[in-house]
Design a protein around this ligand. Sequence first.
Ligand SMILES: Nc1ncnc2c1ncn2[C@@H]1O[C@H](COP(=O)(O)OP(=O)(O)O)[C@@H](O)[C@H]1O
Ligand SMILES: [Mg+2]
Length: 244
Amino acid sequence: MSVLSFHEVSVRYGAHTVLNGVSLEVPAGRTVGLVGESGCGKSTLARAAVGLAPVTGGHILLDGRPVPNRGRRPVQMVFQDPYSSLDPRMTVGESIAEALPERLPKKARQAEIARLLALVHLDAARAGDLPGRLSGGQRQRVALARALAARPEVILADEITSALDVSVQGAVLNLIRDMRRDLGLSMLFISHDLAVVRYVADHVAVLHDGEIVEQGPTARVLGDPRHDYTRHLLAAALPLKEQT
Ligand SMILES: Nc1ncnc2c1ncn2[C@@H]1O[C@H](COP(=O)(O)OP(=O)(O)O)[C@@H](O)[C@H]1O
Ligand SMILES: [Mg+2]
């Protein structure tokens, strides 16, 4: 199990400071929720950890060392949109095989694909399907299997249930909880949806305009918020909950 830590991380695009001195730790085997309104910099923080956004200040460490971004990548990102994250011309099995860290003989490869599909609760027979035959929830499971293929220590899940029907969101969230328990993964779980974060995260950090304004145990932060912005987020979420 591994610890991912952000130390005073800043990201600037030209004159635009997107993240300003963000410090956050994802402890070994725990799930940390990152919440905040659209545009506050959530995705940028995750992207910075995998070398997809320019870190202009501070540093990001995995078990105290820079995050490797070549060869086997122990930090894997899963994105919001399962429709664009899978190549429509590749079968599920081919997509997963492509993400394996080493080339395996055919038999071993098929066994590994079946193992990964089982981890995300999909039938091994799905390996022969093109993504077009799968539902959004099934595609997101395949995207998770692809991420797991690299045998990661840390998963950065960026709004992975936001594009799914409410009816399948719960199943994907349960899968996330199982993955943490069974694989000992550390996870940064990004969502603008506080109800979803409340369900999966042990600890939550609130990002506002590129800065963390509050963080702590999920029940404390969402149950007894100390910062006005957290209260504002909770108040904004409340009417939605009452409607449903
Ligand atoms: N590649 C980029 N170039 C310039 N600005 C960017 C880039 N990526 C993100 N931004 C800006 O950074 C801010 C935060 O974006 P993002 O991290 O996607 O927010 P969130 O995921 O919280 O909605 C936005 O203002 C966005 O326009
Ligand atoms: Mg985002």
